[in-house]
Ligand binder design. Structure first.
Ligand SMILES: O=P(O)(O)OC[C@H]1O[C@](O)(CO)[C@@H](O)[C@@H]1O
Length: 547
C-alpha cells in the first residue's frame, strides 16, 4: 500500500535532516561514478542531476511521494483525454497536437486526431503559399514580413521558438507584437510596407484586450494605405473562437482553429505555431512536433528512475517542498534560447502559482517556485554573484548544445561550453575560507590582507544545479525540451495537489483595468477605488495636461 502524502513528505524531510547528502563535494569524492549514477537520457539529451544533494534513497522516497499522489495514474488520465482541468471541466490534450496521424485520442467520444491533422495540413498549405510567394497581398506583391499579434501563450511560445530556430529560417521575416503599449506596435510598423505585410491575430479567446487593441491598430495600418477590401488578404487569425473571428471580417481560409482542450500556455503545437511554421517550413515544424512526441512517449513509458520529466519534477519538489528553496533559475548557454526562461515563466508560474488545492481548500504546503533566468554567459556578469554568494540558495538549470550552428566559430562555442561547465562546478564545489586564504597568500598578499579578504572570497558551494546537454538545437531537440518542461510542471502540480490548467489569478487585474479606464480618461470619478489608485490616476492626468 502506498504512503499518505504527509507521510511521504515527512519521510523526505527526516531523510534530509539526517544529512544524507549534505556535502556535494564529499559525495563526489566518495563516489567517483556519481555523475553516471545520476545522469539520465533520451536520445542525445542528457540530464545530469548529480550536482543536486540527492542519493538513491532520496530518489526512492521521492518515488514514494509520486506514488502517494498517483502521478502515473493522473498522467495516464491526461493522455487519455479525461477532463482533468476540473475547475473548467475540460480535457488537457496538448499532447494530442503532436500525436501521430493514426493515433486515436477521444474527447466526448470523438477522435480529435483527424481534426488536429486537418488544421496542420491547412497551416502547411498556407505557410507554403506565403513562403513560395503564391499567396500575395492585395496589390499582387509577395509577403516579405509577417507580424504575429498575441500575448501570453499566444506570443511567448512562437517568439521563443522562432528565435531558437533562427538557423532554420528561410521564410518571410517574422515580427511579434504583444504589449498594449503603443510603442510596441509603432516600432514594429515603422519600417514595414502594408503592401507586403501579413498580420496574424493570435488569440485563443479573441477577446484579450491587448491583442484586440493592437489588431485594430494593425487593421488601420493596412486600411489606410490599401483600403478595407485588403483586410481579408492581409490578415489571418488563430483562435478557438471562430464566431468572433468572423465578426473581425476574415474569410474561412484565413482562420486556423484549435480547441478548448488546448491551454494557452500549451498551445505552441496548435495553430498558434503558425508563425513558427511560416519561418521554418512545414518539415521543420513537423520535426519540432516529433521531438515533443518523443518526450510524450518517454514520459508515458519510462520507469520513474529513468523518466526525465518525472525526475525533473521530483527534484523540483525536493528543492521546493523539502529544502524550501523559493525560486529556480533557468540559464540556457544558448543565446537563441534567450526567451526560454520567459516562456517557462508563463508555463510554470501560470500553471503552478496557486494556493488552493483541487478540493478548494487552502494548501498546507508551498506551491510553484518563482522561475526566472537569462542566457549564459550574460547572466554571469549580472546576477551570478547572488547565485554564488547570496544568502538564498537558488537551484539552477543549465542547458548547453554540444554543437552550435556556426562551424566557423568553434572556438567561441568551446568557450561557451567551458563557461557553462565551470559555473555548475563552482556552484557545487565552492571555495573554503582556507582555500581562499591560501590563494591570496600565494598571490603575494600579506597574512593580514589574506585574513581580511578571505571571507569575501569564500564561496559556500553545495548549491544545486542540473545540466542538460544535447547535440544541437534542432527543431526536434527544441520540441523535446519544451515537452520535458511541460510534463515537469504537470508532475509538480500533482504533488502540490492543484489544478495546473486554469489561471483565475489573471482575472482580477483585468477586471480592475476595465473599470479604471474611464477614470484614466476622466470620464468617471472612480467611486469604489482606493485613494492611492485614484491619486496616481489624478497625478498622471495632471502630467498629461488633462486636468
Ligand atoms: O490567447 P488569448 O485568449 O488572447 O489569451 C492570452 C493569454 O492570456 C491569459 O489568459 C492570461 O491573461 C493566458 O493564459 C493566455 O495565454
Amino acid at each position: 500500500m502506498s504512503k499518505t502524502i504527509p507521510q511521504a513528505l515527512s519521510d523526505l524531510k527526516s531523510h534530509r535532516d539526517s544529512g544524507a547528502v549534505s556535502d556535494l563535494r564529499a559525495a563526489f569524492a566518495a563516489k567517483p561514478d556519481r555523475a553516471s549514477r545520476f545522469t539520465v537520457g533520451l536520445g542525445d539529451l542528457r540530464m545530469d542531476f548529480s550536482k543536486c544533494a540527492v542519493n538513491y534513497e532520496t530518489l526512492t522516497l521521492l518515488g514514494e511521494l509520486a506514488e502517494s499522489v498517483g502521478v502515473e495514474t493522473q498522467r495516464d488520465r491526461m493522455f487519455a483525454g479525461d477532463a482533468i482541468n476540473a475547475t473548467e471541466s475540460r480535457a488537457v490534450l496538448h499532447t494530442a497536437l503532436r500525436a501521430a496521424p493514426d493515433a486515436d485520442i477521444r474527447v466526448d467520444g470523438e477522435n480529435v486526431v483527424p481534426q488536429v491533422h486537418a488544421v496542420l495540413d491547412a497551416m502547411g498549405a498556407f505557410s507554403d503559399g506565403l513562403r513560395d510567394g503564391s499567396i500575395r497581398g492585395a496589390t499582387g506583391k509577395a509577403f516579405t514580413d509577417v507580424i504575429n499579434i498575441g500575448i501570453g501563450g499566444s506570443d511567448l511560445g512562437p517568439v521563443m521558438a522562432t528565435l531558437a530556430l533562427a538557423p532554420y529560417h528561410d521564410g518571410p521575416r517574422l515580427h511579434f507584437v504583444s504589449n498594449v503599449d503603443g510603442a510596441h506596435i509603432a516600432d514594429t510598423l515603422e519600417d514595414l510596407d502594408p503592401e507586403t505585410t501579413l498580420i496574424i491575430v493570435a488569440s485563443k479567446t479573441f477577446t484579450t484586450i491587448e491583442t484586440m487593441t493592437n489588431a485594430a491598430t494593425a487593421r488601420d495600418f493596412i486600411v489606410s494605405k490599401l483600403g478595407k477590401a485588403a483586410v481579408a488578404q492581409h490578415f489571418a487569425a488563430l483562435s478557438t473562437a471562430l464566431d468572433k473571428v468572423e465578426e473581425f471580417g476574415l474569410k474561412e481560409d484565413r482562420v486556423f482553429g484549435f480547441w478548448d482542450w488546448v491551454g494557452g500556455r500549451y498551445s505552441l503545437w496548435s495553430a498558434i505555431g503558425l508563425p513558427l511554421m511560416i519561418a521554418i517550413g512545414r518539415q521543420n515544424f513537423s520535426d519540432f512536433l516529433a521531438g515533443a512526441r518523443a518526450m510524450d512517449e518517454h514520459f508515458q513509458d519510462a520507469p520513474v528512475g529513468e523518466n526525465l520529466p518525472m525526475l525533473l519534477g521530483l527534484i523540483g519538489i525536493w528543492h521546493r517542498l523539502v529544502c524550501g528553496y523559493p525560486s529556480r533559475a533557468i540559464i540556457p548557454y544558448d543565446q537563441r534560447l534567450s526567451r526560454f526562461p520567459a516562456y517557462l515563466q508563463q508555463l510554470d508560474m501560470e500553471s503552478n502559482g496557486k494556493s488552493v488545492g483541487l478540493d478548494g481548500q487552502p494548501l498546507t504546503t508551498a506551491s510553484g517556485p518563482t522561475v526566472w533566468g537569462e542566457p549564459g554567459t550574460n547572466g554571469q556578469h549580472a546576477f551570478f554573484q547572488l547565485l554564488h554568494q547570496g544568502t538564498d540558495v537558488i537551484p539552477v538549470e543549465f542547458m548547453i548544445a554540444a554543437n552550435g550552428h556556426e562551424p566557423h566559430l568553434q572556438h567561441q562555442h568551446q568557450l561557451l561550453i567551458a563557461n557553462c561547465l565551470a559555473q555548475s562546478e563552482a556552484l557545487m564545489r565552492g571555495r573554503s575560507t582556507e582555500e581562499a586564504r591560501a590563494q591570496l597568500l600565494s598571490s603575494g598578499a600579506s597574512e593580514a590582507e589574506a585574513d581580511r579578504l578571505a571571507p569575501h572570497k569564500t564561496f559556500p558551494g553545495n548549491r544545486p544545479t542540473i545540466t542538460f546537454v544535447y547535440d544541437k538545437l534542432t527543431p526536434f531537440a527544441l520540441g523535446r525540451l519544451i515537452a520535458l518542461y511541460e510534463h515537469r510542471v504537470f508532475v509538480e502540480a500533482q504533488i502540490f495537489g492543484i489544478n495546473a490548467f486554469d489561471q483565475w489569478g489573471v482575472e482580477l487585474g483585468k477586471e480592475l483595468a476595465t473599470g479604471l479606464l474611464p477614470v484614466v480618461k476622466g470620464e468617471s470619478t472612480g467611486d469604489g477605488h482606493d485613494s492611492s489608485t485614484l491619486k496616481l490616476a489624478e497625478t498622471i492626468r495632471k502630467m498629461r495636461g488633462e486636468t
